[in-house]
Design a protein around this ligand. Structure first.
Ligand code: SF4
Length: 231
């Protein structure tokens, strides 16, 4: 779908230019998943301000922070464009909770991964159906698993391209962009939460800790929920 020249060109452009160029190459079938984190708020701002032809959606797991809902509502008011919301299947959640308990994800890594699968991965797969390019806010410094990613990566399992325009940004660049462009973000970031997921599974981190250390902090796992099957 992309020529070598187009890939090289995309990788050389700044954030806004690269998203414009991407939409020029693929006029329909581009989708962006936002977790409402800082990186995703930056990308949302570029897409919505420029009315780019990109479907923007988020996953409501049912266990998010109250602040997520406030930010989602404020985004809708600010940009006058609604972010689509995908929910898990009710019967999946009911069966899980009735079998494993309301907080069953604390009991084992398998339980936790099953909860992430039901509440995140399955709705994500539904949202991505038919998409050609999936834009993400992934950055390589966020975790070891993300260091081998490319800016434009073929996702074999989902049969689509992933475009990661912030891949080489460091966290200081994210904070500077947010300040310079007056981007709204979660108030939790100022309280030590860097990577913010579901409320029961996220804690604040200490300065110098790995940004993903606050996710599933009770586990020694890879700190991933299966949304991004990094190589
Ligand atoms: S982050 Fe926690 S509550 Fe959210 S889907 Fe995963 S295990 Fe379930």
């Amino acid at each position: 779908m992309f020529t070598a020249e187009e890939i090289q060109h995309l990788e050389a452009l700044d954030l806004q230019q690269s998203l414009f160029k991407l939409c020029e190459i693929i006029p329909d079938g581009i989708i962006f998943s936002t977790s409402l984190g800082q990186e995703d708020q930056i990308i949302t701002d570029v897409i919505f301000k420029n009315k780019l032809p990109v479907k923007v959606f988020t996953l409501d797991t049912g266990r998010l922070f109250y602040e997520h809902y406030d930010l989602l509502s404020n985004n809708n008011s600010k940009y006058k464009i609604k972010t689509e919301v995908y929910f898990p299947e009710a019967t999946d959640v009911e069966n899980y909770v009735n079998e494993k308990g309301i907080n069953g994800f604390f009991h084992s890594v398998e339980n936790r991964k099953e909860c992430c699968y039901i509440r995140k991965v399955k709705p994500l797969n539904r949202a991505l159906e038919g998409a050609k390019v999936w834009i993400t806010g992934l950055r390589s410094e966020q975790s070891e698993n993300r260091q081998t990613l490319k800016m434009l990566d073929w996702d074999e399992s989902r049969q689509l391209y992933k475009f990661n325009p912030l891949l080489h940004w460091n966290y200081d660049a994210v904070l500077k962009y947010i300040e310079d462009h007056q981007i709204m973000d979660l108030p939790l970031h100022k309280k030590g939460f860097v990577s913010v997921g579901c409320k029961p599974c996220t804690r604040a981190i200490e300065p110098g800790e790995n940004p993903r250390a606050g996710r599933w902090w009770w586990e020694e796992s890879q700190k991933e929920c299966g949304l991004h099957s990094e190589k």
